[in-house]
Design a protein around this ligand. Structure first.
Ligand SMILES: Cc1ncc(COP(=O)(O)O)c(C=O)c1O
Length: 394
């Protein structure tokens, strides 16, 4: 038999999917894979049921239906103040996952370098490998998950083509402040670099933090490729709808990449989502208050348990430092925890480039009863982990 491509040789199984499997095996509450366990908005579901009987069953315009792009442009204007052209500045993709891949393929040639902050959302490493780009990792230093300006500039010195910025950030929960974004913008300008921004959690930012759209910084629209998703905002992770916003000459290339990758996102879903894209502010306020309540319940519970964690400013993840339990192998620790405590988390090492083994990541996109039950179970974590500390399980 001929040999297979070596492209994925360094890929390991997604730790999130592995932990989900382990959670199922041990009947553990799955706080590893971050997706909502409540229904999408009813108005959206009602519209979906009508769309089935309308004529949306064949290929749409590959870069997204006109109606969806117009609705996206109007929403974009509402939240960013920017006027964008639905024909020239948007490509609808199969989730932000495809948006990021298409963005990388649009800007990178094999061998180009891309700055990635670490810890990072799992896909960025794989995206870099699949596009034959070389990541330059810059640490976001725990517990505050901030970057060192000199370290960042040293990375820019290496002539990168782009920097990937996840804001609000998965897994750290950071929402970058204006002064931090300005540093990135200044370097992008000084070193003539693209900025690929992942803003899928734009609407999940907890007071007093505020989300700043990177492309709105002076001079930044021209070099920013914003990847976004409808998965989290409308609780429809299975619909696989996302999009890219960028200047016309970048979108021209992204349209071609997207066309040959996937042709297009599902046409009936593009038609249905227009309803949600037209929701008024009250929808986003309500979404945020739902997540703010979950965050409150979960982090107050972690505080009661005296666990050591960084309070998330946005998104729906919490990084917990488990070094007090002597953890040097976070994968084994998470497997043990799912089995013995009945709660599944993601080993933090799957997000770090550095060899950091003492963080685990929980998500709190679960209903309050599930979170309360998880916290009840976590009451046994400290006694059980301290008892097992010297048994070399982890
Ligand atoms: C930071 C980040 N970007 C992108 C995605 C994927 O989004 P989508 O479902 O639109 O592919 C996720 C999903 O967890 C995420 O956390």
């Amino acid at each position: 038999m001929p040999t297979l491509s070596s492209r994925t040789d360094t890929f390991t199984e997604s730790m999130i999917r592995k932990m989900t499997r382990i959670a199922i095996d041990h009947n553990a509450i799955n706080l590893s894979q971050g997706f909502p366990d409540f229904n999408p908005p009813k108005a959206l579901l009602d519209r979906l049921s009508q769309v089935v009987y309308e004529n949306h069953h064949q290929y749409e315009v590959t870069w997204g239906s006109q109606k969806m792009r117009e609705a996206l442009a109007a929403k974009h204007k509402h939240f960013t103040g920017q006027t964008i052209d639905p024909d020239k500045n948007i490509v609808v993709t199969c989730g932000s996952t495809e948006a990021m891949m298409a963005a990388m393929m649009s800007v990178c040639n094999p061998g180009d370098k891309v700055i990635v902050f670490s810890p990072f959302y799992e896909n960025y490493g794989a995206d870099a490998i699949l596009t034959s780009a070389t990541p330059i990792y810059v640490p976001l230093n725990p517990p505050a998950f901030t970057f060192d300006v000199d370290q960042l500039e040293a990375a820019f010195h290496q002539n990168p083509k782009a920097i990937i910025l996840c804001n609000p950030s998965n897994p750290s929960g950071r929402v970058f402040r204006m002064d931090e974004l300005q540093v990135i913008a200044d370097f992008a300008q000084k070193y003539d670099t693209f900025v690929i921004v992942d803003e899928v959690y734009e609407h999940l930012v907890y007071a007093p933090n505020k989300h700043i759209y990177f492309s709105t910084l002076p001079g930044m629209f021209e070099r920013t490729i914003t990847c976004n998703s409808l998965s989290k905002t409308y609780s429809i992770t299975g619909w696989r709808l996302g999009y890219i916003v960028a200047p016309a000459h970048i979108i021209d290339v992204a349209k071609k990449v997207h066309d040959f990758l996937t042709v297009g996102a599902a046409a009936p879903l593009q038609e249905a989502i227009v309803t949600a894209l037209q929701f008024d502010d009250s929808y986003y306020d309500q979404l945020l208050s739902i997540y703010a309540e979950k965050r409150e319940v979960f982090i107050n519970g972690l505080k009661r348990l005296h666990l050591n964690f960084t309070e998330p400013e946005g998104a729906y993840y919490v990084m917990v430092d488990v070094s007090e339990f002597g953890v040097t192998d976070d994968i084994r620790f998470c497997e043990w925890m799912a089995k013995e405590v009945g709660v599944a988390a993601v080993p933090g090492s799957s997000f770090f480039h550095e060899n950091i083994q003492h963080y685990i990541r929980f998500h709190f996109a679960k209903n309050v009863d599930t979170l309360t039950e998880a916290l009840n179970r976590l009451e046994t974590l400290r006694p059980k982990a301290l008892a097992a500390k010297n048994s070399h399980i982890w």
